[in-house]
Design a protein. Structure first.
Length: 744
């Protein structure tokens, strides 16, 4: 299920700040076979659907998606068959605009001006209409004068796009608004000019446009709030970097290999490796993890994280569009611009819905006329049907929830590639977990020491440390790290050092010969020590015996293990509470795998498998009817991550694993996987709630409008409120709380 990763670097900045502080969406440069275009003027799902259909009809286009919430068209195409300029031409032919830059704040200000002006003119016109009976010719002209700017200036975008759509043989929400308001106003104006004694509906026409524009203004404000999480990410980077020679340069000018200083309280300028110093790093803005982590020489650090205490010298390893922060921005921007399968269903429904409503409106007018009503009376329910049926809520139901949900995920260190990933995460019933680096730390650690009574001494520990420090073996490094403290000295002189592959090391310190290696290489005479060693080995641990003298006499043992991450057991418990089955899938031996699985609460274990075996294991679960999520971090996990219905990569793992996955956990904490599942379920639940409201609203309201029980002005208000409900319901996802912080 891995998503295509051919992402234009220019689109790494999902939002930026202009000199005036306006939020901008820039038209990106073209990457061969892929382009994202900002689109101005879309007002509903039918708009997005119309543009998408038109682009998909062009020769050479593989796939075109248009997202209403992100105001963006994404096209994958054959560069040899089509010129990308054709996409802009086709969009603008439909009555929309593809600018170099979309200034969202300017767009919101424009909508606010039009909405407030519309209300200022429409409400007096409507008040006159409702308060006065038997309107005189003069009051009718006053209503005409008040309503004309609203219907024909403020409502002009609807009319323009309705005409452009009609020329292309398509209809959308704009057609409904244009027909509803235009028909009411033109009918009233003809009646007024001809001097006939019929009711006029100037106020109704003006209120329709004004209230719908108010709804668009509120939607724009809400979408701005949804974009705020990504804009905040873009603003997290340190503006400057202090080089080791004391000079300060803009962070954007750093190059790979340059070294810079990070003082206490400072923000790390770019991704790099610590070459000097130790510090506590607050990574919460990238990972959602509230506890600072210690970084020391050799550790990797991410740009935009904060040095809460300590002093570091960092060597830049990734700059510009390659940094963790830029990658997060790219992933979230793509996710917010993507579609879930349920959204494509909604778009298809919206595409059919509008023509059906036009037929119903025409039928309403014919039925009212056929039952003896006048044309003036028949026009009112017809206009009401056109207005109440505008599918704005239907079009916003899915993209708004995806936009807010993926943005909140980014804040919590959960990077979701797209809307289809949210739907997949909602459907999974089985979670398969790699062991090393996923459930465990992925590195060997000294976890216990066993000694014959009286054998443990500072001299013995210092000698073992000195001998093991001569070896590069991971187990040796774990022992040196575990034993090094104020009582040991790894610099003691070692003579006669030898390293026997697969069996251990040996050497002489201060005239005493030591051997450190596999317990099977020695005869352990002390029964208590022998039993403890056997118990440790049966638990899946690695045991290293310590022996002295010639012949070697075992006096102790060091227990080394790939320690389980502190949060793993809690994460498994949460996954179980969510109704998910868990499976441990590892290339390690059966004994170790079962010991780790037992310690964290996993019941099913598949051990001793190679990468292709992991792939096969996922396939077998899927063939058994399971919807499988795979969580892993290594190169050997990549085939299984790609095979699974949902691939979840640990952000601390390999780049190959992250590329193969659908979802990345920046922190490498399994509790973030719990957050990912919970957030996906909450988002999908919000989408379904939004869609239900949108469908239920139209199904219930259209018959009321057709029967004359719903005035056009009230219909316009109800339509605007339905869209506002969908938007505010989606924004509730911003309050989603991580299990790492508190229970939800």
């Amino acid at each position: 299920m891995a998503s295509d990763t051919n992402v234009n670097e220019t689109s790494a900045n999902t939002g930026g700040q202009s000199a005036a502080g306006s939020t901008l969406l820039r038209r990106p440069k073209v990457t061969p076979g892929y382009i994202e275009l900002p689109v101005e003027g879309m007002t509903c799902a039918a708009c997005a659907s119309r543009i998408s259909r038109a682009l998909n009809k062009l020769d050479g286009v593989d796939e075109a998606e248009v997202n209403l919430a992100s105001a963006k068209a994404t096209v994958r195409f054959d560069p040899a068959s089509v010129d990308p300029a054709a996409f802009t031409a086709r969009i603008e032919k439909l009555g929309y605009h593809v600018p170099e830059v979309v200034d969202f704040e300017a767009e919101e200000r424009s909508l606010k001006l039009r909405a407030l002006t519309g209300l200022a003119l429409a409400l007096p016109a409507m008040t006159i209409h409702m308060a006065m009976t038997g309107h005189s010719s003069s009051t009718k002209w006053v209503m005409a004068a008040l309503s004309a700017p609203v219907v024909w200036w403020i409502g002009w975008p609807y009319h323009r796009k309705a005409v452009a759509g009609a020329r292309q043989g398509t209809v959308g929400m704009d057609a409904l608004v244009s027909l509803g308001s235009g028909t009411a106003w033109i009918w009233s104006f003809v009646v007024l000019v001809l001097g006939q004694h019929h009711d006029v509906h100037f106020g109704t026409a003006a209120v329709i446009v004004a209230l719908i524009t108010v709804g668009k203004w509120m939607e724009a404000r809400a979408k701005g709030r949804a974009r705020s999480a990504i804009e905040a990410l873009a603003d997290l980077g340190a503006p400057t970097a202090e080089l080791i020679d004391g000079t300060t340069i803009p962070s954007a000018e750093l190059t790979v290999g340059q070294r810079f200083v990070v003082r206490s309280g400072g923000r790390i300028a770019t991704d790099g490796t610590v070459v000097e110093g130790t510090a506590a790093i607050d990574t919460s803005m990238l990972t959602g993890e509230p506890v600072p982590v210690t970084a020391t020489v050799g550790d990797s650090v991410a740009g935009a994280t904060v040095n809460t205490s300590g002093y570091l010298v960092v060597e830049a390893t990734r700059v510009g569009a390659d940094t963790t922060l830029a990658q997060i921005g790219r992933l979230v921007a793509r996710a917010q611009g993507s579609q879930a399968p349920i959204q494509r269903l909604a778009d298809r429904v919206a595409g059919v819905f509008v023509p059906v409503i036009l037929v119903i409106a025409l039928g309403t007018f014919i039925v009212w006329m056929a039952t003896g009503h006048s044309a003036a009376a028949s026009i009112v329910p017809t206009v009401a049907v056109l207005v109440i049926a505008c599918p704005c809520a239907l079009g916003l139901a899915t993209p708004m929830a995806i936009m807010v949900g993926t943005g909140r995920g980014a804040q919590l260190g959960v990077l979701i590639r797209g809307g289809e990933v949210l739907e997949a995460a909602n459907d999974i019933d089985t979670v398969v977990l790699d062991k090393t680096g996923t459930v465990t730390e992925g590195r060997m650690t000294l976890v216990d020491q066993l000694w014959v009574e009286g054998a443990r001494s500072s001299e013995t520990l210092a000698a073992v440390t000195a001998i093991e420090s001569r070896s590069d073996h991971p187990i040796a490094r774990a022992i040196v790290t575990g034993l090094t403290d104020a009582t040991t000295d790894a610099t003691l002189a070692v003579t006669d050092f030898e390293e026997l592959a697969g069996r251990g090391v040996g050497g002489t310190v201060d005239g005493v010969t030591y051997r450190v290696g596999r317990p099977s290489a020695f005869e352990i005479e002390d029964r208590k020590l022998a039993d403890a060693v056997a118990t440790a080995e049966s638990g899946g641990n690695t045991v290293v015996a310590v022996a002295i003298g010639e012949p070697a006499r075992p006096i102790g043992a060091l227990i080394v293990a790939d320690a389980v991450k502190p949060s793993s057991a809690q994460a498994i418990a949460h996954l179980t509470d969510l109704g998910l089955s868990t499976v441990l899938l590892t290339g390690d031996n059966e004994t170790t795998a079962r010991a780790v699985a037992s310690s964290v609460g996993i019941n099913d274990v598949v051990a001793g498998v190679l990468p292709e075996g992991k792939d096969d294991a996922i396939t077998q679960l899927q063939q058994a009817g399971k919807r499988v999520a795979m969580v892993g971090d290594g190169i050997n996990d990549a085939p299984a991550l790609a095979r699974a219905d949902l691939g979840i990569a640990m952000g601390t793992g390999t780049a190959v694993a992250r590329e193969a996955a659908d979802l990345t956990l920046v922190s490498g904490d399994l509790l973030a996987a719990v957050d990912a599942v919970r957030l996906s379920r909450r988002t999908f639940s919000t989408i379904k709630g939004n869609l239900f409201w949108a469908f239920a609203y139209n199904v219930a309201a259209v018959p009321l409008a057709a029967s004359g029980r719903l005035e056009p002005a009230i219909a316009a208000g109800a339509m605007a409120l339905s869209s506002l409900f969908v938007v505010t319901n989606s924004l509730r996802l911003r309050r989603f709380r991580s299990v790492r912080h508190t229970s939800d």
